[in-house]
Design a protein around this ligand. Structure first.
Ligand code: TRP
Ligand code: SF4
Length: 438
């Protein structure tokens, strides 16, 4: 199996995908004790993660952390795109520092848009809706890739530690792939890691909430972050915890600095072997590694390093299209766009694929299948906040008490309310956009 971030594949078996790519399960202990957990977390829509433990820890200990998300302005914004923003808004309420990248370079490189076209789409489709959904542009850092010098510089400089074979293995690039496309994952790495530069808040845990199609970019960014580190803290073959210097300059100074830090962390029983560029910490345990590593990361900038912590990620399932396959901007009947009128949305809802039986009689007898129903999915992902209301629908559907006609009507009503409200708020958003564009 290969994940291609630019294809239009749908994914069915998320558990298998998770196992195959070494994504961790987003288990209850990661979200249960967060303040008022967001519905996509509660309901298993977010199904996997890499390194979320560090974010969980930062939230609990009220330490600084950041979120970086990106939008590709290559079509109209639909409900599938809304999920990330719902997640981001939730994390913002927990104190995350928010960064939003408009991926105009990627849209230019991979989708054939001009930068002018992407600007238009980004503003009218995405940014207007983000504000309408509750994002306050004054409280976040929103930027266009093509205009961000530090992101572009990083993309170029970080490329030093990735080679062509790795890019081919990750993305399946071919001889005919254009160079801007080949370079675009590095720009995304620039997006993800720039938030840890001193100027943007410094070294700190960073969460990138994405759909699972973005995992190749996440792996690349995590690998690159690690590759540029000066220190490596790890368990050795004979089960010791060691700090190793990965570079050949300033080895003595780096070892001195590490020794100092370790003593401050109250590890006193150290064995330093300068020829191995190593310090063994005789009393440390595996659970100490993260803390030691994070502390050492912070001194790397004084040795011309970046000290990037590996970015963390979460993965959400894709919402299914109303037609039963992928929700996609290129198939308008599959998607509900945030700028659809309630009438347009209603029509799509009425035509949607449900988990209903072939006849009313049959459905009364054997019940419906909410797990295979696009209407139920709309409730679950977007329209119903109250868990008990949702559970009610699920159960009465299964028992054959609820019929699809009623259910669709309810979905259309909720959707109408949502879309009307959003439209109102979009109108009010134009002031904020003007201000941002100045
Ligand atoms: N590649 C993303 C997409 O196709 C957009 C994106 C660019 C992004 N930079 C990012 C997403 C950084 C997350 C983080 O939608
Ligand atoms: Fe879906 Fe509702 Fe029909 Fe059940 S009754 S299959 S939830 S539309």
């Amino acid at each position: 199996m290969k994940i291609d971030p630019w294809s239009s594949t749908t994914y069915q078996d998320y558990a298998r995908l998770r196992d195959e790519f070494g994504i961790q399960e987003f288990s209850e202990d990661l979200w249960k004790d967060l303040p008022h957990p967001q519905r996509l977390l509660r309901r298993g829509v977010v199904f996997g993660h890499r390194g979320f433990d560090i974010i969980h820890d930062a939230i609990q200990k009220k330490k600084p952390w950041a979120i970086l998300t990106g939008l590709m302005p290559s079509g109209r914004m639909h409900l599938g795109h809304k999920m990330v923003i719902d997640e981001v808004l939730y994390y913002q309420s927990l104190g995350a520092d928010i960064f939003i990248a408009v991926a105009d370079i990627e849209a230019y490189a991979t989708r054939g848009f001009t930068l002018e076209q992407t600007k238009e789409l980004a503003i009218n489709e995405y940014i207007a809706n983000y504000i309408a959904l509750g994002m306050d542009l004054k409280k976040c850092h929103l930027y266009f890739q093509s205009k961000h010098q530090d992101v572009k510089d990083l993309a170029f400089l970080l490329g030093k530690k990735v080679n062509w074979s790795q890019m081919v293995a990750t993305y399946g690039f071919e001889g005919s792939t254009n160079m801007a496309h080949i370079f675009s994952p590095l720009v995304q790495t620039g997006d993800i890691l720039h938030v840890q530069l001193e100027k943007y808040g410094g070294i700190r845990p960073t969460l990138v909430p994405v759909g699972v199609d973005q995992d190749p970019h996440i792996r690349l960014s995590r690998d690159i972050a690690q590759a540029h580190r000066l220190y490596n803290v790890t368990v050795t073959k004979d089960n010791k915890i060691g700090v190793f210097i990965k570079v050949d300059t300033n080895v003595k100074e780096l070892l001195d600095a590490a020794e100092n830090i370790l003593k401050k962390l109250l590890f006193t029983d150290l064995t330093r072997i300068t020829e191995y560029k190593a310090i063994y910490i005789n009393t440390a345990q595996e659970k100490d590694i993260t803390r030691i590593d994070e502390t050492l990361a912070h001194i790397e900038p004084s040795f011309q390093g970046y000290g990037f912590l590996q970015p963390s990620s979460t993965y959400h399932r894709f919402i299914t299209g109303l037609t039963g396959d992928k929700m996609s901007s290129s198939k308008p009947e599959s998607a509900i766009f945030l700028t659809d009128t309630p009438q347009e949305a209603k029509k799509k809802i009425m035509n949607a694929k449900t988990g209903g039986a072939v006849s009313l009689e049959e459905q009364k007898k054997s019940g419906g299948k909410p797990d295979e129903c696009m209407i139920y999915e709309l409730f679950l992902y977007h329209l119903i906040e109250d868990d008990s209301e949702l559970k009610n629908i699920y159960e009465s559907c299964k028992k054959g008490e609820l019929m699809c006609g009623m259910c669709k009507k309810r979905a259309a009503e909720y959707m109408e309310k949502f879309l009307n409200d959003l439209q109102e708020k979009r109108k009010k958003a134009s002031g904020q956009i003007q201000e941002f564009l100045q």
